[in-house]
Design a protein. Sequence first.
Length: 548
Amino acid sequence: MTAFLIQIAGAAALLLWAVRLVRTGVERAFATQLRQGLRRASDNRVLAAVSGMLSAMLLQSSTAVAMLVSNFASKGVLTAAVGVAMLLGADLGSALVAQILLARPGVLVPALLLLGVVLFLRSNQRKLRQTGRILIGLALIFVSLDMLRTATAPIIQSEGAVAILGYLDSDLLTAFLLGAVFAWVVHSSVAAILLFVTMVAQGALPPMAAMAMVLGANLGGAMIAFVLTLAADVRARRIVTANLVLRGGGAIAVLLALSFQVFDPAWLGQDAAVQVMNLHLAFNLALCVLALPFAGLIAKLSEQMMRDQSTQTLGRGLSALDQAALEDPPRALNCAARELLRMGEVIEKMLVAAMGLYETWDDRVATAIQEDEKALRRMHLDLKLYLAGMNRHKLDDNAVNGAIEASLLAANLEAAADQVSRKMIELARKLSSEGICFSKSGKQEIGDFMDRIQANVQLALTVMMTRNPDDARELVAEKESIRTAEQRLQSKHLSRLREGVSESIETSAIHQETLRILKQVNTSFAMAGYPILDESGDLLSSRLSAQE
């Protein structure tokens, strides 16, 4: 019995890890492209649903798409109706992924492993390495499913196990709740559904119980994003809550239909596993088709139910600077590093909020950004005094260099905060007060550029936490890439001016200054990578060193 449980748990653990491996690879390699695709689809609900579906298929997670969409909503980049449409498409995409992963040729696993390992180990380009990670993850998903099939085969020969699982066939509510809890615990409805379908295919789980558990997994999957966004902006919570009500409410309605035998599961196919999978796909397809035309009404209802009453600033916390640690320089430097990370997180929120003001001006948000900038200046001053306090103790060269690096990075972060709170707010206010707006091309270019900056800011925060040389190398390389991209976008803007595009003429100064500010913010965060590359010797191959 112990060996059986270990086999089941091991196979399930490999499945969860493999799904996460694929999602991590996609996020690291194509996060910016995914964000751009979702944002560009915000003008059309059908296109929004399709983009949500494709994104979920790539990420193998509707939750990951929900977090991206909620981030856009909190910036004011997309409306609640478009956000609801995207999540409906994402739910359908995750159902399609489950169908695809359960149908594959036998030679696919070794081919994926071979190609994935070669790309990951031999490639120097980040995207190719992450593509290798994705392929390895896909292969391991298939391996884990094969392990599950092998591990669950003895269940059909055990009278006790069959009796226990058979009980779920007569208590669909319990099976539904178990499915919801399991999907929540593993934080992946795709992994949960793959597990349930594999077990029913082996005869280890009764078909009706499996259907109830799959429906429960839909509720549990929607709950994940709901809980993760409880502290988010109300505009984000409206979308996620609406999706929870639709997906969870729909799952309960179908469960009732199953309980009262309103429809015959044979309609979904002859094989039990096929019925379960088709139920999952049919449920999400029907939900998307039926709810999509009413996305606007659903959004209005969510806005009425969840009104924005927040007046607090964007976010601060207790200081990480422990005065008692000053006598221990390595510990004090760790405290300083945590404080720098806090500063970076506050600036990221300020940047996101400031870009939202370009779409819709809000005096409360502008005030919150300015208050956070004042708080950040105080954090910078406290950090400088803290680092100065270290000098009262005897420091070795490593401690001295660490204190200098922390001081310089703090100064760069404060400069970035000043650019956001002073210049970006001024430009956004000017757009609103003069009633002007960017041209369609200009708006798209700034949005795409902002996506790249935000991705680099998040990478910089990762570098500050992990001090990983590979990530630091990419961060510094992106600094040069951003400089080139900014020059290219400035040239495109000048071309529109020569063509006489009225919107471009009216917003010319604002457009060009916004690009410059975003580039400067990126440069400030990129400085986090230089000390790490200096230690590893990688700066010898940098553009500046080559000029020397």
